[in-house]
Design a protein. Structure first.
Length: 506
């Protein structure tokens, strides 16, 4: 937080956006102390408090508080900083007197070198004062802040010093939590395991992220070898697996930005995202873009900031955005449908993708690339874009092997070459569904083992998606020609050669 710079520059109105009120207030107090600024704090429950002298002036109404602050700011010395908590709740009442009073206060503060700081978890200001207050993002605690919290729990519980490897693992697993959440998780670990247990911390962090509804940690043991076909894409990922270490950073190698995988539904794009995290040895975060958009004005932008803060706090990590076109397809026309919210969120996301410095590798998947705005696809947002087509016969054979093994059967019990030829036009997800359907048939007949004939019968009952959306697939192949790399390899490089690629299963 660059609060000290803004105060030294004489900014009269600032807003610190965070849900960690206590930590933010502590840092603000430290900054004010270093600058010899007199710090006051207001809330509707406590009134206006002179934190240096402990003097309290009861004033639950913000208008009354601003009148007292006016008297404080009328003096040139000592320079003062007034922290106002939860003023957003009062501003939402659209009181013109409150807005006018804030404008007057900011003018006096600018003249006499004082500052007004608004503190809250979100901020949506009236247009009259929106450009007079500078927003300061207050990021999640870094490893050193988390370590301070953990050491406090260790000392209070009388635990011995941690093994360095366990300590490093525990801190890494706690990144992405607030200090309060981290303190609670460490305390829970002590109660459950009588020690700081990285596994408990990881479990509770996953639960905490899932509760906020924006991102969740996905546990995945999927390897690139579990993906059928897509040799070109897998090779590209393997070449970047070591780019997140200290040696790569010392070499001057920039961390990879991300990857866009475009293709037909069911061809294993999601499986590839999971395998990417395992290949890189990084945690996998899944973001549902639909959850970012909220009904309250300013909520969508605040949600996106929260997602970015979480991902960057956990970094290095993989951020997986499935079917990203559903989240951004309306950004072109959002001015007339949602007041421009989609456009603003889209613009903020693009700016972050372009300028992000933290090692957050974004894996985005899309089924209908025509819904994505052109600026999203240009170089600089993603390192590469791959097209995933239907599997060819060799890839279908690999997929049959993967599916059969996953369901606990021996591949030698089936003629996968013949099955691969019979499954033309079927995706990896559909091949998996065919095998499951055959298992049901076999189980109902005295629990016998499934046969090749069961698979063929299941195929005859299933209409492949490729038959239902042949027009869309042709359009997608035509779009991919010359725009995206084939995920399968160099043997088929475009739709003119009937580009067909796939992954294992979805």
């Amino acid at each position: 937080m660059n609060l000290i710079t803004y105060l030294q520059a004489g900014y009269p109105g600032l807003a610190v956006i965070t849900s960690e009120e206590a930590r933010a207030e502590t840092e603000i107090a430290v900054v004010c102390n270093s600058l010899n600024r007199q710090l006051h704090a207001w809330s509707s429950t406590e009134g206006l408090v002179d934190l240096a002298e402990g003097r309290i002036t009861q004033c639950a109404d913000p208008l009354d508080a601003l009148q007292i602050i006016d008297d404080v700011f009328a003096k040139r010395e000592p320079q003062a900083v007034v922290l106002m908590r939860d003023l957003q709740l009062h501003l939402e009442q659209t009181d013109p007197m409150l807005t006018r009073r804030i404008k007057d206060i900011l003018r006096i503060a600018k003249t006499n070198g004082h500052a007004l700081i608004l503190l809250g978890c979100r901020l949506n200001l009236p247009a009259e004062i929106d450009h007079e207050i500078t927003r300061i993002e207050f990021g999640l605690p870094d490893a050193s802040a988390i370590a301070t919290v953990m050491d406090g729990i260790i000392n209070s519980a009388g635990l011995p010093d941690l093994d360095p490897a366990i300590r490093e693992s525990a801190l890494a697993n706690a990144l992405g939590l607030t200090t309060t959440e981290a303190e609670n998780v460490f305390a829970l670990s002590v109660v459950e395991a009588k020690a700081i247990d990285p596994a408990i911390i990881a479990r509770e962090k996953a639960s905490a992220l899932k509760r906020n509804g924006l991102v969740e940690i996905v546990k995945s043991n999927t390897r690139l070898d579990d993906v059928g076909g897509l040799e070109n894409l897998k090779e590209w990922l393997k070449r970047r697996a070591g780019a997140f270490g200290q040696s790569a950073k010392a070499y001057g190698l920039p961390a990879p930005k991300g990857l866009l995988i475009v293709g037909i539904p069911g061809t294993g794009k999601s499986l590839t995202a999971k395998a990417t995290a395992s290949s890189f040895g990084l945690p996998l975060l899944r973001l549902d873009m639909g959850r970012v958009f909220g009904g309250i004005v300013g909520q969508s932008e605040a949600n996106l900031r929260a997602v970015i803060q979480t991902a960057e706090a956990i970094a290095p990590c993989v951020l997986w955005i499935d079917e990203i076109e559903k989240g951004f397809s309306g950004s072109k026309s959002s001015g007339g449908s949602d007041g421009g919210t989609s456009s603003r969120v889209f613009g903020s996301f693009l700016s972050w993708m372009q300028e992000k410095e933290k090692p957050v590798f974004v894996v985005a998947t899309a089924n209908d690339v025509s819904q994505l705005p052109p600026e999203f696809l240009r170089k600089g947002r993603f390192d590469e874009m791959f097209f995933v087509d239907l599997p060819d016969v060799a890839e279908r054979s690999q997929i049959w092997d993967i599916v059969i093994t996953r369901h606990g059967r021996q591949t030698t019990s089936f003629d996968t070459t013949a099955l691969a030829k019979s499954a033309e036009q079927f995706t990896g997800a559909e091949i998996d569904a065919i095998f499951v359907d055959a298992l049901y048939d076999a189980f109902l007949e005295d629990g016998r083992e499934p046969t090749d004939l069961d698979m063929v019968n299941s195929m005859t009952r299933m209409v492949p998606l490729a038959n239902l959306m042949d027009g869309q697939i042709a359009a997608l192949r035509n779009w991919a020609k010359g725009r995206a790399r084939s995920a399968a390899g160099d043997k088929r490089t475009g739709p003119a050669r009937n580009t067909r690629r796939i992954n294992g299963v979805n």
